[in-house]
Design a protein around this ligand. Structure first.
Ligand code: M6R
Length: 605
Protein backbone atom coordinates (compact mmCIF):
# COMPACT_ATOMS: atom_id res chain seq x y z
CA UNK A 1 0.00 0.00 0.00
CA UNK A 2 2.87 2.28 0.78
CA UNK A 3 6.07 2.43 -1.25
CA UNK A 4 9.52 2.18 0.32
CA UNK A 5 12.99 2.88 -1.05
CA UNK A 6 16.49 2.72 0.37
CA UNK A 7 19.78 3.71 -1.26
CA UNK A 8 23.42 3.40 -0.27
CA UNK A 9 24.80 5.53 -3.06
CA UNK A 10 27.87 7.27 -4.45
CA UNK A 11 26.12 10.62 -4.86
CA UNK A 12 23.62 12.76 -2.97
CA UNK A 13 20.65 10.41 -2.58
CA UNK A 14 17.66 12.65 -1.82
CA UNK A 15 16.94 13.50 -5.50
CA UNK A 16 17.40 9.86 -6.51
CA UNK A 17 15.10 8.64 -3.74
CA UNK A 18 12.55 11.26 -4.77
CA UNK A 19 12.67 9.97 -8.33
CA UNK A 20 12.25 6.37 -7.14
CA UNK A 21 9.31 7.43 -4.96
CA UNK A 22 7.68 8.96 -8.05
CA UNK A 23 7.68 5.49 -9.53
CA UNK A 24 6.06 4.13 -6.37
CA UNK A 25 3.55 6.92 -5.91
CA UNK A 26 0.84 4.70 -7.42
CA UNK A 27 0.99 2.80 -4.09
CA UNK A 28 -0.18 5.76 -2.04
CA UNK A 29 0.04 9.53 -1.94
CA UNK A 30 -1.21 10.67 1.46
CA UNK A 31 2.27 11.85 2.47
CA UNK A 32 5.92 11.26 1.64
CA UNK A 33 9.26 11.56 3.35
CA UNK A 34 12.99 10.91 3.14
CA UNK A 35 15.65 10.39 5.80
CA UNK A 36 19.39 10.43 5.14
CA UNK A 37 22.59 9.99 7.09
CA UNK A 38 24.47 13.25 6.76
CA UNK A 39 27.85 13.57 8.46
CA UNK A 40 26.86 10.65 10.65
CA UNK A 41 23.56 12.18 11.81
CA UNK A 42 20.03 11.29 10.73
CA UNK A 43 18.17 14.08 8.98
CA UNK A 44 14.70 13.91 7.43
CA UNK A 45 12.05 15.86 5.51
CA UNK A 46 8.37 14.94 5.39
CA UNK A 47 5.35 16.50 3.70
CA UNK A 48 1.62 15.80 3.55
CA UNK A 49 -0.06 15.01 0.23
CA UNK A 50 1.55 14.18 -3.04
CA UNK A 51 5.24 13.87 -3.71
CA UNK A 52 5.31 17.28 -5.32
CA UNK A 53 4.95 18.76 -1.82
CA UNK A 54 8.01 16.90 -0.60
CA UNK A 55 9.82 17.92 -3.75
CA UNK A 56 8.99 21.60 -3.07
CA UNK A 57 10.12 21.25 0.53
CA UNK A 58 13.45 19.81 -0.59
CA UNK A 59 14.01 22.75 -2.93
CA UNK A 60 13.75 25.14 0.01
CA UNK A 61 15.33 22.89 2.57
CA UNK A 62 17.64 20.37 0.85
CA UNK A 63 18.63 17.10 2.45
CA UNK A 64 22.26 16.03 2.19
CA UNK A 65 23.76 12.57 2.46
CA UNK A 66 24.72 9.58 0.33
CA UNK A 67 22.63 7.03 2.16
CA UNK A 68 18.92 7.29 2.78
CA UNK A 69 15.46 5.80 2.91
CA UNK A 70 12.18 7.15 1.51
CA UNK A 71 8.47 6.48 1.73
CA UNK A 72 5.21 7.30 0.02
CA UNK A 73 2.21 6.62 2.25
CA UNK A 74 -1.34 5.31 2.03
CA UNK A 75 -2.69 6.02 5.50
CA UNK A 76 -3.78 3.13 7.70
CA UNK A 77 -3.08 4.03 11.34
CA UNK A 78 -3.42 7.79 11.74
CA UNK A 79 -4.60 10.29 9.16
CA UNK A 80 -2.41 12.05 6.62
CA UNK A 81 -0.23 14.53 8.58
CA UNK A 82 3.43 15.40 8.85
CA UNK A 83 3.61 13.73 12.25
CA UNK A 84 2.26 10.49 10.80
CA UNK A 85 4.45 10.63 7.67
CA UNK A 86 7.39 8.24 7.37
CA UNK A 87 10.33 7.90 7.95
CA UNK A 88 9.67 7.60 11.68
CA UNK A 89 12.63 8.29 13.88
CA UNK A 90 13.43 7.38 17.47
CA UNK A 91 16.87 8.39 18.66
CA UNK A 92 19.47 6.82 16.39
CA UNK A 93 17.17 4.94 14.01
CA UNK A 94 14.75 5.86 11.23
CA UNK A 95 12.25 3.43 9.71
CA UNK A 96 10.08 3.22 6.61
CA UNK A 97 7.34 0.63 6.53
CA UNK A 98 4.71 -0.83 4.22
CA UNK A 99 2.04 -2.97 5.86
CA UNK A 100 0.47 -3.28 9.29
CA UNK A 101 1.96 -4.16 12.66
CA UNK A 102 -0.84 -6.04 14.38
CA UNK A 103 0.63 -6.00 17.90
CA UNK A 104 1.57 -2.34 17.84
CA UNK A 105 -0.76 -1.38 20.73
CA UNK A 106 0.82 -3.91 23.05
CA UNK A 107 4.33 -2.78 22.04
CA UNK A 108 3.39 0.86 22.37
CA UNK A 109 2.09 0.33 25.91
CA UNK A 110 5.25 -1.56 26.84
CA UNK A 111 7.51 1.14 25.39
CA UNK A 112 5.47 3.97 26.91
CA UNK A 113 5.79 2.29 30.31
CA UNK A 114 9.56 2.39 29.78
CA UNK A 115 9.36 6.13 29.13
CA UNK A 116 9.16 6.32 25.33
CA UNK A 117 7.33 9.36 24.06
CA UNK A 118 5.37 8.89 20.81
CA UNK A 119 4.83 11.72 18.37
CA UNK A 120 2.50 9.99 15.87
CA UNK A 121 -0.56 7.73 15.77
CA UNK A 122 1.11 5.19 13.51
CA UNK A 123 1.96 1.57 14.10
CA UNK A 124 5.30 2.27 12.37
CA UNK A 125 6.60 4.55 15.07
CA UNK A 126 6.44 1.58 17.44
CA UNK A 127 9.07 -0.15 15.29
CA UNK A 128 11.35 2.88 15.44
CA UNK A 129 10.82 3.28 19.19
CA UNK A 130 11.52 -0.40 19.82
CA UNK A 131 14.71 -0.41 17.73
CA UNK A 132 15.73 2.93 19.27
CA UNK A 133 15.35 1.59 22.79
CA UNK A 134 17.38 -1.52 21.95
CA UNK A 135 20.16 0.72 20.60
CA UNK A 136 20.02 2.68 23.83
CA UNK A 137 20.42 -0.58 25.71
CA UNK A 138 23.68 -1.19 23.86
CA UNK A 139 22.63 -3.39 20.95
CA UNK A 140 24.42 -2.91 17.66
CA UNK A 141 22.26 -1.57 14.80
CA UNK A 142 21.95 -5.03 13.23
CA UNK A 143 21.09 -6.63 16.59
CA UNK A 144 18.55 -3.92 17.32
CA UNK A 145 16.87 -4.47 13.94
CA UNK A 146 16.94 -8.26 14.30
CA UNK A 147 15.46 -8.20 17.81
CA UNK A 148 12.84 -5.69 16.74
CA UNK A 149 11.79 -7.88 13.81
CA UNK A 150 11.41 -10.84 16.15
CA UNK A 151 8.84 -8.91 18.22
CA UNK A 152 6.66 -7.78 15.30
CA UNK A 153 3.40 -9.47 14.28
CA UNK A 154 1.68 -8.64 11.03
CA UNK A 155 2.51 -8.20 7.38
CA UNK A 156 5.16 -5.73 6.38
CA UNK A 157 8.19 -4.64 4.41
CA UNK A 158 10.65 -2.49 6.34
CA UNK A 159 13.91 -0.59 5.99
CA UNK A 160 16.00 0.73 8.89
CA UNK A 161 18.62 3.48 8.66
CA UNK A 162 20.92 4.35 11.57
CA UNK A 163 22.82 7.45 12.63
CA UNK A 164 26.56 6.91 12.61
CA UNK A 165 26.12 4.22 9.91
CA UNK A 166 26.63 5.65 6.46
CA UNK A 167 26.98 2.19 4.90
CA UNK A 168 24.11 0.20 6.36
CA UNK A 169 20.45 -0.45 5.70
CA UNK A 170 18.65 -3.36 7.31
CA UNK A 171 15.50 -4.44 5.51
CA UNK A 172 12.91 -7.18 5.95
CA UNK A 173 10.03 -8.76 4.14
CA UNK A 174 7.09 -10.42 5.82
CA UNK A 175 3.90 -10.36 3.79
CA UNK A 176 4.80 -7.35 1.64
CA UNK A 177 7.22 -7.54 -1.27
CA UNK A 178 10.75 -6.15 -1.21
CA UNK A 179 13.46 -6.16 -3.85
CA UNK A 180 17.20 -5.52 -3.44
CA UNK A 181 18.97 -3.84 -6.36
CA UNK A 182 22.68 -4.33 -7.06
CA UNK A 183 24.74 -1.46 -8.49
CA UNK A 184 28.46 -0.78 -8.94
CA UNK A 185 29.53 0.21 -5.43
CA UNK A 186 25.92 1.13 -4.68
CA UNK A 187 22.98 -0.86 -3.33
CA UNK A 188 19.25 -0.26 -3.43
CA UNK A 189 16.05 -1.49 -1.78
CA UNK A 190 12.56 -0.96 -3.11
CA UNK A 191 8.98 -2.15 -2.84
CA UNK A 192 9.19 -3.31 -6.44
CA UNK A 193 11.58 -3.51 -9.35
CA UNK A 194 9.80 -0.56 -11.00
CA UNK A 195 11.24 1.74 -8.36
CA UNK A 196 14.77 0.49 -8.95
CA UNK A 197 14.68 0.21 -12.73
CA UNK A 198 16.53 3.45 -13.61
CA UNK A 199 19.32 2.59 -11.15
CA UNK A 200 19.93 -1.08 -11.84
CA UNK A 201 18.66 -4.03 -13.82
CA UNK A 202 20.03 -6.58 -11.31
CA UNK A 203 17.47 -7.40 -8.67
CA UNK A 204 17.12 -9.98 -5.89
CA UNK A 205 13.64 -10.58 -4.53
CA UNK A 206 13.45 -11.35 -0.82
CA UNK A 207 11.40 -14.41 0.06
CA UNK A 208 8.72 -14.44 2.71
CA UNK A 209 10.30 -14.01 6.18
CA UNK A 210 13.71 -12.92 4.84
CA UNK A 211 15.66 -10.01 6.24
CA UNK A 212 18.91 -8.54 4.94
CA UNK A 213 21.94 -6.51 5.93
CA UNK A 214 22.82 -4.21 3.06
CA UNK A 215 26.11 -2.39 2.60
CA UNK A 216 27.62 -0.85 -0.51
CA UNK A 217 29.52 -4.06 -1.14
CA UNK A 218 26.46 -6.32 -1.20
CA UNK A 219 23.64 -7.93 0.73
CA UNK A 220 23.68 -10.66 3.35
CA UNK A 221 20.28 -12.33 3.36
CA UNK A 222 18.83 -14.37 6.23
CA UNK A 223 15.74 -16.57 6.11
CA UNK A 224 12.88 -16.64 8.60
CA UNK A 225 14.86 -19.04 10.83
CA UNK A 226 17.81 -16.64 10.86
CA UNK A 227 20.08 -18.78 8.65
CA UNK A 228 22.14 -16.95 6.07
CA UNK A 229 20.76 -17.85 2.69
CA UNK A 230 21.17 -17.21 -1.03
CA UNK A 231 18.47 -15.73 -3.21
CA UNK A 232 18.99 -15.57 -6.97
CA UNK A 233 19.76 -12.33 -8.79
CA UNK A 234 17.40 -11.60 -11.70
CA UNK A 235 17.95 -9.37 -14.71
CA UNK A 236 14.93 -7.16 -15.21
CA UNK A 237 13.92 -5.93 -18.62
CA UNK A 238 14.20 -2.16 -18.19
CA UNK A 239 12.02 -1.61 -21.29
CA UNK A 240 9.18 -3.41 -19.53
CA UNK A 241 9.47 -1.06 -16.57
CA UNK A 242 9.13 2.17 -18.56
CA UNK A 243 6.49 4.28 -16.91
CA UNK A 244 5.91 7.40 -18.99
CA UNK A 245 2.66 8.74 -20.38
CA UNK A 246 3.91 8.58 -24.00
CA UNK A 247 2.32 11.92 -24.84
CA UNK A 248 -1.04 11.16 -23.22
CA UNK A 249 -2.54 13.50 -20.67
CA UNK A 250 -2.94 10.73 -18.09
CA UNK A 251 -1.66 7.24 -17.52
CA UNK A 252 -5.26 6.08 -17.66
CA UNK A 253 -5.65 7.54 -21.17
CA UNK A 254 -2.43 5.88 -22.29
CA UNK A 255 -3.42 2.56 -20.76
CA UNK A 256 -6.87 2.59 -22.40
CA UNK A 257 -5.29 3.40 -25.75
CA UNK A 258 -2.76 0.58 -25.41
CA UNK A 259 -5.42 -2.11 -25.22
CA UNK A 260 -5.57 -3.21 -28.87
CA UNK A 261 -1.79 -3.63 -29.10
CA UNK A 262 -1.54 -5.37 -25.74
CA UNK A 263 -4.36 -7.78 -26.49
CA UNK A 264 -2.88 -8.62 -29.85
CA UNK A 265 0.60 -9.28 -28.49
CA UNK A 266 -0.57 -11.06 -25.33
CA UNK A 267 -2.76 -13.53 -27.20
CA UNK A 268 0.36 -14.56 -29.10
CA UNK A 269 1.84 -15.95 -25.86
CA UNK A 270 -1.04 -18.42 -25.58
CA UNK A 271 -1.94 -18.98 -29.19
CA UNK A 272 0.53 -18.11 -31.93
CA UNK A 273 -0.89 -17.14 -35.28
CA UNK A 274 0.92 -20.06 -36.88
CA UNK A 275 -1.21 -22.70 -35.17
CA UNK A 276 -4.81 -23.08 -34.18
CA UNK A 277 -4.51 -24.33 -30.61
CA UNK A 278 -4.01 -22.82 -27.18
CA UNK A 279 -0.78 -23.54 -25.33
CA UNK A 280 -0.88 -23.67 -21.55
CA UNK A 281 1.99 -24.41 -19.17
CA UNK A 282 2.69 -28.11 -18.53
CA UNK A 283 0.56 -29.50 -15.75
CA UNK A 284 -2.32 -27.09 -16.21
CA UNK A 285 -5.47 -28.90 -17.26
CA UNK A 286 -9.19 -28.86 -16.63
CA UNK A 287 -10.22 -32.34 -17.78
CA UNK A 288 -10.24 -33.70 -14.21
CA UNK A 289 -11.55 -30.53 -12.57
CA UNK A 290 -15.05 -30.82 -11.11
CA UNK A 291 -15.41 -27.20 -9.98
CA UNK A 292 -13.64 -23.90 -10.46
CA UNK A 293 -13.19 -21.51 -7.60
CA UNK A 294 -12.43 -17.95 -8.68
CA UNK A 295 -11.34 -15.27 -6.24
CA UNK A 296 -10.33 -11.63 -6.78
CA UNK A 297 -11.05 -8.03 -5.78
CA UNK A 298 -12.41 -4.97 -7.56
CA UNK A 299 -11.97 -4.90 -11.30
CA UNK A 300 -10.24 -8.30 -11.30
CA UNK A 301 -13.37 -9.70 -9.60
CA UNK A 302 -15.54 -8.36 -12.43
CA UNK A 303 -13.23 -10.03 -14.94
CA UNK A 304 -13.85 -13.29 -13.05
CA UNK A 305 -17.57 -12.66 -13.12
CA UNK A 306 -17.47 -12.44 -16.93
CA UNK A 307 -15.30 -15.57 -17.03
CA UNK A 308 -17.84 -17.48 -14.92
CA UNK A 309 -20.28 -17.18 -17.83
CA UNK A 310 -17.60 -18.39 -20.24
CA UNK A 311 -16.48 -21.39 -18.16
CA UNK A 312 -20.04 -22.50 -17.58
CA UNK A 313 -21.16 -21.98 -21.15
CA UNK A 314 -18.12 -23.12 -23.13
CA UNK A 315 -16.58 -25.69 -20.76
CA UNK A 316 -19.56 -26.91 -18.73
CA UNK A 317 -17.55 -26.22 -15.59
CA UNK A 318 -19.37 -25.15 -12.44
CA UNK A 319 -17.83 -21.95 -11.10
CA UNK A 320 -17.93 -20.55 -7.61
CA UNK A 321 -16.90 -16.94 -7.47
CA UNK A 322 -16.01 -14.83 -4.49
CA UNK A 323 -14.69 -11.46 -3.46
CA UNK A 324 -11.37 -12.23 -1.79
CA UNK A 325 -12.10 -10.33 1.41
CA UNK A 326 -15.22 -12.49 1.97
CA UNK A 327 -13.94 -15.85 0.78
CA UNK A 328 -11.96 -17.05 3.79
CA UNK A 329 -14.53 -15.99 6.29
CA UNK A 330 -17.41 -18.12 5.05
CA UNK A 331 -15.77 -21.54 5.48
CA UNK A 332 -15.81 -22.38 1.76
CA UNK A 333 -16.17 -26.09 1.07
CA UNK A 334 -13.15 -27.15 -0.97
CA UNK A 335 -12.41 -30.42 -2.73
CA UNK A 336 -9.31 -32.11 -4.10
CA UNK A 337 -10.75 -32.06 -7.62
CA UNK A 338 -11.28 -28.30 -7.56
CA UNK A 339 -9.11 -25.81 -9.40
CA UNK A 340 -8.76 -22.40 -7.78
CA UNK A 341 -8.00 -19.33 -9.91
CA UNK A 342 -6.83 -16.07 -8.33
CA UNK A 343 -6.82 -12.97 -10.52
CA UNK A 344 -4.82 -9.88 -9.59
CA UNK A 345 -3.14 -7.18 -11.62
CA UNK A 346 -0.56 -6.34 -8.95
CA UNK A 347 -0.28 -9.87 -7.58
CA UNK A 348 0.10 -8.27 -4.14
CA UNK A 349 -3.51 -7.65 -3.08
CA UNK A 350 -3.54 -8.80 0.55
CA UNK A 351 -7.09 -10.19 0.49
CA UNK A 352 -6.46 -12.23 -2.66
CA UNK A 353 -3.12 -13.49 -1.35
CA UNK A 354 -4.69 -14.53 1.94
CA UNK A 355 -7.45 -16.38 0.06
CA UNK A 356 -4.81 -18.16 -2.03
CA UNK A 357 -2.96 -19.25 1.10
CA UNK A 358 -6.24 -20.48 2.54
CA UNK A 359 -6.92 -22.91 -0.33
CA UNK A 360 -3.37 -24.19 -0.77
CA UNK A 361 -3.18 -27.91 -0.15
CA UNK A 362 -6.98 -28.23 -0.22
CA UNK A 363 -7.54 -28.11 -3.99
CA UNK A 364 -5.96 -29.88 -6.97
CA UNK A 365 -4.27 -26.82 -8.48
CA UNK A 366 -3.81 -23.18 -7.55
CA UNK A 367 -3.62 -21.00 -10.64
CA UNK A 368 -3.05 -17.26 -10.74
CA UNK A 369 -3.64 -14.75 -13.51
CA UNK A 370 -1.36 -11.79 -12.84
CA UNK A 371 0.36 -8.84 -14.46
CA UNK A 372 3.44 -8.94 -12.20
CA UNK A 373 5.12 -12.32 -12.45
CA UNK A 374 7.51 -11.58 -9.57
CA UNK A 375 4.60 -10.83 -7.24
CA UNK A 376 3.66 -12.84 -4.15
CA UNK A 377 0.50 -14.24 -5.73
CA UNK A 378 2.41 -15.43 -8.80
CA UNK A 379 5.16 -16.95 -6.71
CA UNK A 380 2.85 -18.74 -4.30
CA UNK A 381 0.56 -20.28 -6.90
CA UNK A 382 1.24 -23.65 -8.56
CA UNK A 383 0.93 -22.08 -11.99
CA UNK A 384 1.05 -18.35 -12.76
CA UNK A 385 -0.31 -17.07 -16.06
CA UNK A 386 0.88 -13.61 -17.13
CA UNK A 387 -1.57 -11.19 -18.73
CA UNK A 388 1.33 -9.30 -20.41
CA UNK A 389 -0.30 -5.88 -19.99
CA UNK A 390 2.91 -4.03 -19.01
CA UNK A 391 3.04 -1.70 -15.99
CA UNK A 392 -0.37 -0.26 -15.15
CA UNK A 393 0.08 3.02 -13.28
CA UNK A 394 -3.37 4.67 -13.34
CA UNK A 395 -5.14 3.68 -10.14
CA UNK A 396 -8.23 2.84 -12.19
CA UNK A 397 -7.54 -0.51 -13.79
CA UNK A 398 -8.22 -0.55 -17.53
CA UNK A 399 -5.83 -2.48 -19.74
CA UNK A 400 -5.33 -5.06 -17.00
CA UNK A 401 -9.09 -5.77 -17.07
CA UNK A 402 -9.23 -6.58 -20.78
CA UNK A 403 -5.93 -8.47 -20.59
CA UNK A 404 -7.30 -10.51 -17.64
CA UNK A 405 -10.43 -11.21 -19.67
CA UNK A 406 -8.27 -12.45 -22.52
CA UNK A 407 -6.33 -14.96 -20.41
CA UNK A 408 -9.55 -16.16 -18.77
CA UNK A 409 -11.16 -16.53 -22.21
CA UNK A 410 -8.17 -18.58 -23.36
CA UNK A 411 -8.54 -20.83 -20.30
CA UNK A 412 -12.28 -21.25 -20.83
CA UNK A 413 -11.85 -22.25 -24.47
CA UNK A 414 -9.06 -24.68 -23.71
CA UNK A 415 -11.11 -26.14 -20.84
CA UNK A 416 -14.05 -26.50 -23.23
CA UNK A 417 -11.93 -28.43 -25.69
CA UNK A 418 -10.20 -30.60 -23.07
CA UNK A 419 -13.50 -31.52 -21.45
CA UNK A 420 -15.17 -32.32 -24.76
CA UNK A 421 -17.70 -29.55 -24.26
CA UNK A 422 -16.63 -27.75 -27.42
CA UNK A 423 -16.11 -29.48 -30.76
CA UNK A 424 -12.94 -28.72 -32.71
CA UNK A 425 -15.00 -26.56 -35.05
CA UNK A 426 -16.67 -24.59 -32.25
CA UNK A 427 -13.31 -24.09 -30.58
CA UNK A 428 -11.79 -22.81 -33.84
CA UNK A 429 -14.67 -20.37 -34.37
CA UNK A 430 -14.40 -18.95 -30.86
CA UNK A 431 -10.60 -18.68 -31.06
CA UNK A 432 -10.96 -16.78 -34.35
CA UNK A 433 -13.41 -14.44 -32.62
CA UNK A 434 -10.87 -13.87 -29.86
CA UNK A 435 -8.27 -12.95 -32.48
CA UNK A 436 -10.60 -10.28 -33.80
CA UNK A 437 -10.90 -8.52 -30.43
CA UNK A 438 -8.05 -5.97 -30.85
CA UNK A 439 -9.60 -4.58 -34.05
CA UNK A 440 -13.01 -4.16 -32.45
CA UNK A 441 -11.53 -2.62 -29.29
CA UNK A 442 -9.75 -0.09 -31.53
CA UNK A 443 -13.11 0.73 -33.16
CA UNK A 444 -14.70 1.23 -29.74
CA UNK A 445 -11.82 3.54 -28.74
CA UNK A 446 -12.59 5.62 -31.84
CA UNK A 447 -15.86 6.70 -30.18
CA UNK A 448 -13.92 8.85 -27.73
CA UNK A 449 -15.13 12.25 -28.95
CA UNK A 450 -18.74 11.11 -28.82
CA UNK A 451 -18.20 9.85 -25.28
CA UNK A 452 -16.56 13.12 -24.29
CA UNK A 453 -19.66 15.03 -25.43
CA UNK A 454 -22.06 12.60 -23.77
CA UNK A 455 -20.32 12.91 -20.44
CA UNK A 456 -20.71 16.70 -20.25
CA UNK A 457 -24.19 16.36 -18.75
CA UNK A 458 -23.33 13.15 -16.92
CA UNK A 459 -20.66 15.00 -14.99
CA UNK A 460 -23.42 17.09 -13.36
CA UNK A 461 -25.23 14.06 -11.98
CA UNK A 462 -25.29 13.19 -8.31
CA UNK A 463 -26.04 9.49 -8.85
CA UNK A 464 -25.78 7.21 -11.87
CA UNK A 465 -27.29 3.77 -12.39
CA UNK A 466 -25.68 1.14 -14.65
CA UNK A 467 -27.68 -1.81 -15.95
CA UNK A 468 -26.80 -4.96 -17.86
CA UNK A 469 -27.83 -8.62 -18.18
CA UNK A 470 -25.68 -11.73 -18.49
CA UNK A 471 -22.05 -10.86 -19.24
CA UNK A 472 -23.10 -7.23 -19.44
CA UNK A 473 -23.97 -7.21 -15.74
CA UNK A 474 -20.29 -7.37 -14.67
CA UNK A 475 -19.56 -4.74 -17.32
CA UNK A 476 -22.20 -2.51 -15.73
CA UNK A 477 -20.51 -3.11 -12.37
CA UNK A 478 -17.12 -2.26 -13.85
CA UNK A 479 -18.58 0.95 -15.33
CA UNK A 480 -20.03 1.94 -11.94
CA UNK A 481 -16.77 1.16 -10.13
CA UNK A 482 -14.72 3.23 -12.60
CA UNK A 483 -17.11 6.17 -12.34
CA UNK A 484 -17.13 6.17 -8.51
CA UNK A 485 -13.40 5.74 -8.33
CA UNK A 486 -12.26 8.64 -10.48
CA UNK A 487 -15.19 11.07 -10.73
CA UNK A 488 -16.51 10.60 -7.16
CA UNK A 489 -20.06 10.39 -8.49
CA UNK A 490 -22.14 7.83 -6.65
CA UNK A 491 -22.85 4.99 -9.08
CA UNK A 492 -24.54 1.62 -8.68
CA UNK A 493 -24.91 -1.32 -11.01
CA UNK A 494 -27.81 -3.72 -11.14
CA UNK A 495 -28.64 -6.76 -13.16
CA UNK A 496 -31.29 -5.17 -15.38
CA UNK A 497 -33.94 -7.71 -14.37
CA UNK A 498 -33.40 -6.92 -10.70
CA UNK A 499 -34.42 -3.29 -11.15
CA UNK A 500 -38.11 -3.94 -10.54
CA UNK A 501 -37.30 -5.58 -7.20
CA UNK A 502 -36.48 -2.31 -5.51
CA UNK A 503 -34.00 0.01 -7.26
CA UNK A 504 -36.69 1.23 -9.67
CA UNK A 505 -37.86 3.44 -6.80
CA UNK A 506 -34.76 5.57 -7.42
CA UNK A 507 -35.72 6.47 -10.98
CA UNK A 508 -36.70 10.06 -11.67
CA UNK A 509 -35.92 12.69 -14.29
CA UNK A 510 -32.57 13.49 -12.71
CA UNK A 511 -31.16 9.98 -12.67
CA UNK A 512 -28.94 8.99 -15.61
CA UNK A 513 -29.26 5.26 -16.35
CA UNK A 514 -26.53 3.72 -18.52
CA UNK A 515 -27.54 0.45 -20.12
CA UNK A 516 -25.08 -2.00 -21.68
CA UNK A 517 -27.08 -4.02 -24.20
CA UNK A 518 -25.47 -5.50 -27.29
CA UNK A 519 -27.97 -7.17 -29.61
CA UNK A 520 -27.66 -10.65 -28.06
CA UNK A 521 -30.01 -13.33 -26.76
CA UNK A 522 -30.96 -11.17 -23.76
CA UNK A 523 -31.43 -7.94 -25.69
CA UNK A 524 -35.25 -7.92 -25.75
CA UNK A 525 -35.43 -8.44 -22.02
CA UNK A 526 -32.95 -5.64 -21.32
CA UNK A 527 -34.91 -3.31 -23.60
CA UNK A 528 -38.08 -4.07 -21.62
CA UNK A 529 -36.21 -2.96 -18.48
CA UNK A 530 -35.08 0.15 -20.34
CA UNK A 531 -38.72 0.93 -21.18
CA UNK A 532 -39.58 0.67 -17.49
CA UNK A 533 -36.91 3.28 -16.77
CA UNK A 534 -38.05 5.60 -19.58
CA UNK A 535 -41.67 5.35 -18.43
CA UNK A 536 -40.51 6.92 -15.17
CA UNK A 537 -38.52 9.72 -16.86
CA UNK A 538 -35.10 8.16 -16.16
CA UNK A 539 -32.37 9.63 -18.41
CA UNK A 540 -31.36 6.59 -20.48
CA UNK A 541 -28.04 6.21 -22.29
CA UNK A 542 -28.23 2.99 -24.29
CA UNK A 543 -24.95 1.45 -25.40
CA UNK A 544 -25.64 -1.06 -28.13
CA UNK A 545 -24.90 -1.91 -31.77
CA UNK A 546 -26.63 -1.11 -35.07
CA UNK A 547 -29.15 -3.96 -34.80
CA UNK A 548 -29.81 -3.04 -31.20
CA UNK A 549 -30.70 0.51 -32.15
CA UNK A 550 -32.86 -0.71 -35.04
CA UNK A 551 -34.89 -2.85 -32.62
CA UNK A 552 -34.89 -0.65 -29.51
CA UNK A 553 -37.25 2.06 -30.74
CA UNK A 554 -36.92 5.65 -29.57
CA UNK A 555 -34.05 6.11 -27.10
CA UNK A 556 -33.04 9.55 -25.77
CA UNK A 557 -29.26 9.03 -25.87
CA UNK A 558 -27.30 6.33 -27.61
CA UNK A 559 -23.73 5.21 -28.07
CA UNK A 560 -23.03 2.80 -30.87
CA UNK A 561 -20.49 0.00 -30.51
CA UNK A 562 -19.39 -2.31 -33.31
CA UNK A 563 -21.56 -5.40 -33.76
CA UNK A 564 -19.59 -8.37 -32.44
CA UNK A 565 -20.21 -12.02 -31.56
CA UNK A 566 -21.62 -12.51 -28.07
CA UNK A 567 -18.46 -14.23 -26.76
CA UNK A 568 -16.22 -11.20 -27.25
CA UNK A 569 -18.70 -8.43 -26.43
CA UNK A 570 -17.28 -7.92 -22.87
CA UNK A 571 -13.96 -6.72 -24.34
CA UNK A 572 -15.64 -4.14 -26.53
CA UNK A 573 -18.08 -2.85 -23.90
CA UNK A 574 -15.19 -2.47 -21.45
CA UNK A 575 -14.12 0.56 -23.49
CA UNK A 576 -17.22 2.71 -22.86
CA UNK A 577 -17.22 1.51 -19.22
CA UNK A 578 -13.72 2.98 -18.88
CA UNK A 579 -14.06 5.99 -21.11
CA UNK A 580 -17.33 7.27 -19.67
CA UNK A 581 -15.61 7.42 -16.28
CA UNK A 582 -12.48 9.02 -17.72
CA UNK A 583 -14.27 11.85 -19.52
CA UNK A 584 -16.72 12.44 -16.69
CA UNK A 585 -13.74 12.81 -14.38
CA UNK A 586 -12.07 15.25 -16.81
CA UNK A 587 -15.22 17.38 -16.90
CA UNK A 588 -15.25 17.41 -13.10
CA UNK A 589 -11.55 18.19 -12.84
CA UNK A 590 -10.72 15.31 -10.51
CA UNK A 591 -7.34 13.64 -10.25
CA UNK A 592 -7.76 10.84 -12.76
CA UNK A 593 -4.57 8.87 -12.14
CA UNK A 594 -4.43 9.34 -8.40
CA UNK A 595 -7.99 9.64 -7.11
CA UNK A 596 -8.49 10.53 -3.47
CA UNK A 597 -8.28 7.90 -0.75
CA UNK A 598 -7.10 5.17 -3.12
CA UNK A 599 -3.90 3.32 -3.90
CA UNK A 600 -3.06 1.06 -6.78
CA UNK A 601 -1.88 -1.88 -4.79
CA UNK A 602 -3.89 -2.79 -1.70
CA UNK A 603 -1.54 -4.74 0.53
CA UNK A 604 -3.56 -4.48 3.72
CA UNK A 605 -6.68 -6.49 4.59
O1 M6R B 1 -4.04 -5.66 -8.16
P1 M6R B 1 -5.40 -6.25 -8.12
O2 M6R B 1 -5.92 -6.61 -9.46
O3 M6R B 1 -5.49 -7.43 -7.17
O4 M6R B 1 -6.33 -5.12 -7.53
C1 M6R B 1 -7.67 -5.38 -7.24
C2 M6R B 1 -8.41 -4.09 -7.00
O5 M6R B 1 -7.85 -3.40 -5.92
C3 M6R B 1 -8.41 -3.19 -8.22
O6 M6R B 1 -8.94 -3.83 -9.34
C4 M6R B 1 -9.23 -1.91 -7.96
O7 M6R B 1 -10.58 -2.23 -7.78
C5 M6R B 1 -9.03 -0.92 -9.11
N1 M6R B 1 -8.59 0.33 -8.58
C6 M6R B 1 -10.26 -0.71 -9.92
O8 M6R B 1 -10.05 0.21 -10.94
Amino acid sequence: MCGIVGILGKHEVAPIILDALKRLEYRGYDSAGIATVNNGALDRRRAVGKLINLSDLLVHDPLRGKSGIGHTRWATHGGPSVANAHPHQAGRVAVVHNGIIENFRELREELSAEGASFSSQTDTETIAQLAGSLLEKGRSPVEAARETLARLKGAFALAFLFSGEDDLIVCARRGSPLAIGHGEGEMFVGSDALALAPMTDRVTYLEEGDWAIITRSGAQIFDAEGHQTHRPMNRINVEETRVDKSGHRHFMAKEMAEQPAILQAALGFYSGLDHDGIDLPDGLGFAATDRLIMVACGTAYYACQVAKYWFERYAGLPVELDIASEFRYRNPVLGDSNTAIFVSQSGETADTLAALRHVKGQVAQVVSVVNVMTSSIARESDIALPIHAGPEIGVASTKAFTAQLQVLAVLALRAGLDRGHLSEAEFATLLAQLRSVPGYVAQALDREEEIRLLTESLSQARDVLFLGRGVMYPLAQEGALKLKEISYIHAEAYAAGELKHGPIALIDKDLPVIIFAPHDALFEKTVSNMQEVMARQGQVLLISDAQGFADAGEVPTRLQMPAVPEFIAPFIYAVPAQMIAYHTALHRGTDVDQPRNLAKSVTVE
